[in-house]
Design a protein around this ligand. Structure first.
Ligand code: MLT
Length: 411
């Protein structure tokens, strides 16, 4: 008799975003005339930059010619893309990252989950609360946790609360943890980390032999020149950090799929016999076995992000969404609602008005304004009483959604 991975039975009913979609679809079916505006999932809405589209069209032409046709590509990604990433995203910022340390993939969400393949089952794992649910759920699936308590927290994980009191940046833990997930600019709170904050984490990780998983999928939204874009801007980070990056939110590749993960060559963790093993070798082995790379066409599109035209167009896209974020922040603030984030990040973290719970606010917003956001409690117990609004939508929809909220919820 076949058996299942029983860890899946520990997971809460549905992954957050499909659960929201289920509720919204039920509402839409019952109210077919409602003009629903979706500011829930952080999915981009604006067209791909023309530089990327042109490069992909040329790549399709390459595939139609015997001399330039491509079959399997390198599992790690084409060298021409990895070299551009290394030069623009790292070396230009003074980070010591070589092209060979970059692994192209089909998404940061996938990589954040898959990375657990190369780590042991006995690590103490720290996540912030609230947190991007993928970090938690993939550890549950891998059997790294116990069941949930009445707050919905999984046994075996170390939760680091992030609240308005600590500017939504976690305190360095007093106990020893082996794997630490950090996300800056933060999903869901929109908070950012200073170099000093990241330095404290790097110092902690080096002192304890821990590894930081640094998810910086939203780095392109940083406008403050003093904020770090990569953890490798911090001295010592090569000894303790893996970084996850994506083309999803900067160049609009959520549907096209392209991302990358940086694993420094000398970064090590312990084997059962106490020896130090290089994680680059394990990740390379993992990817070569379970992954066949991102399509040539998509990698050519991603490469075009680094062209002169691509850089201008990506900047425009980011500017467009950041103007949405500004409108959201200002309109809600004027309505007397407390908001955080949305300055160097596309997410605005809203204190629910009138003491409403996150899901109650979700339901009220959907039924009375036909606007969809994401309940803060879906990101963890400490997210209760908060609500995430995403800046990814058209200007017209953002303006209309904010007007509807201001009309109903001014406090
Ligand atoms: C979100 O809404 O949090 C994003 O869609 C996360 C993701 O990119 O997977």
């Amino acid at each position: 008799m076949a058996t299942i991975n029983n860890n899946y039975l520990k997971l809460k009913a549905g992954y957050l975003f499909p659960e929201i979609a289920r509720r919204v679809n039920a509402f839409a079916a019952a109210h077919p005339d409602a003009k629903i505006i979706r500011l829930g999932i952080g999915d981009v809405t604006e067209p791909l930059p023309s530089a990327c589209r042109d490069a992909m069209i040329q790549a399709i032409a390459d595939m139609g010619n015997r001399d330039t046709f491509k079959g399997y590509g390198p599992e790690q990604g084409y060298a021409w893309l990895r070299e551009k990433i290394a030069a623009h995203d790292f070396q230009a910022r003074g980070c010591d990252v070589d092209a060979s340390e970059i692994f192209i993939s089909d998404g940061s969400k996938c990589d954040c989950g898959n990375i657990l393949d190369i780590f042991g089952d006995d690590n103490a794992i720290a996540v912030t609360d609230p947190v991007y649910p993928v970090y938690v759920d993939t550890n549950v699936m891998a059997g790294h946790t116990g069941d949930t308590n009445e707050r919905g927290e999984y046994g075996g994980l170390v939760y680091l609360p992030i609240t308005a009191d600590n500017n939504f940046t976690a305190e360095i833990p007093s106990q020893k943890v082996d794997l630490i997930y950090l996300c800056f600019p933060n999903n869901p709170t929109g908070a950012t980390a200073t170099k000093e904050h990241l330095k404290a984490w790097v110092d902690y990780a080096r002192a304890h032999g821990s590894i930081i998983f640094f998810d910086t999928a939203y780095e392109a939204f940083i406008t403050d020149p003093n904020l770090p874009h990569s953890i490798y801007e911090i001295e010592g980070a090569r000894d303790c950090a893996i970084e996850f990056r994506s083309f999803s939110k900067n160049a609009g590749f959520t549907g096209t799929r392209c991302a990358f993960t940086v694993v420094p060559k000398k970064l090590t963790a312990k084997a059962a016999d106490g020896s130090d093993v290089e994680l680059w070798n394990l990740w390379n082995r993992r990817q070569s076995t379970k992954f066949n790379g991102v399509s040539y066409i998509v990698q050519r599109g991603a490469e075009a992000v680094y062209s002169e035209a691509g850089q201008v167009q990506v900047k425009e896209l980011i500017g467009f969404y950041m103007e949405n974020a500004r409108i959201i922040r200002e309109k809600l603030t004027a309505a007397g609602i407390a908001v955080y984030g949305g300055v160097n990040a596309p997410y605005v973290w809203v204190k629910t008005p009138n003491g409403l719970s996150s899901w109650d606010f979700f339901d009220k917003l959907l039924s009375s304004c036909n606007v969809v956001g994401t309940p803060g409690s879906g990101f963890g117990a400490a997210g209760e009483g908060y609500f995430r609004i995403s800046a990814f939508n058209s200007r017209e929809n953002v303006e209309e959604a904010m007007q509807r909220i201001a009309d109903k919820f001014t406090v």
